[in-house]
Design a protein around this ligand. Sequence first.
Ligand SMILES: Cc1cc2nc3c(=O)[nH]c(=O)nc-3n(C[C@H](O)[C@H](O)[C@H](O)COP(=O)(O)OP(=O)(O)OC[C@H]3O[C@@H](n4cnc5c(N)ncnc54)[C@H](O)[C@@H]3O)c2cc1C
Length: 287
Amino acid sequence: MKPAKFEYVAPTTVDAAVEALRAANGEGKVLAGGQSLMPLLNFRMTRPAVLVDLNGIKELSFIELRGDHVAIGALTRHREIEQSRLIASKLPVMAAAMRHVAHLAIRNRGTIGGSLSHSDPAAELPMLSLFYGAKLSVQGPSGRRTIAAEDFFVDALTNCLEPEDIVVEIEFPILQHDGWAFEEVARRFGDFALASIAVSLRRAASTVEDARVAVMGVADTPLRLKEVEDQLRGIAIDDQMPDRFSELVLSCVSANGDLHASAEYRQHLLGQLAKRSMQTALAAKGW
Ligand SMILES: Cc1cc2nc3c(=O)[nH]c(=O)nc-3n(C[C@H](O)[C@H](O)[C@H](O)COP(=O)(O)OP(=O)(O)OC[C@H]3O[C@@H](n4cnc5c(N)ncnc54)[C@H](O)[C@@H]3O)c2cc1C
């Protein structure tokens, strides 16, 4: 099938893009990499009257160190993030996760703003935005505002953006941690995750001083597991830790089942991935 008829607008500034969306009166849609939107248009699952193409807005494409944060422009391609040395050194969990995002051709076009705005519960970047405690800068008709990632995702494929809003950039705080891991299982490499976990730790002597944990593919949105993080803080590091961590994670998550995998299978996967991720995180510094 081909898309229903729409008007095509290609602004070169964010202000002009927001104005085009405002003028479309709720009937406008933003086009970024098109990797999720084009299939929806072709299947006529979405029928915008106006398509606002962001690809000519150069100011939306960058990766920048800003003190204790890394800022990424919304139009930055997955592949640029995957290959960035800055990301590899400051946001290593993100660097590790990017090769799991779809296939190379899709990573060449897909953007971080598109991924967050599409809000797939089994996508890596939405989960990483929660994991790092990212802040999204969003521009609408009444100006710019900041939305914390933890307030952004509402349900599967649903977030708190208004129809005239454009995600402009995302700020990721740099974690001062020294052990981390990203684990994922998908049916085929590059498919959306059946289950995935990200973990990062900082130790003090033989205990965990700080921890970060997030999962995805198991619920209607990605989840940051703050309860698990709290329980890890102060815990003694020993050989039993991967098993205890796996139990902790499973006690806080009740996986959803769907067409691709049953709830039981996803729960089992998550337990195994949690164990493996903790083994990797602890091995990182020879703990
Ligand atoms: C076969 C296949 C496999 C895939 N596998 C994975 C995977 O394993 N992991 C994964 O994470 N992703 C996967 N994807 C999705 C891919 O990462 C997409 O690139 C991403 O979801 C959307 O990014 P995009 O830039 O292409 O956005 P688009 O398709 O252009 O837009 C997606 C949605 O976001 C909106 N939007 C886009 N940019 C903005 C913005 N700046 N502000 C507000 N709204 C905006 C659009 O209006 C649209 O509703 C896969 C896609 C395909 C086709």
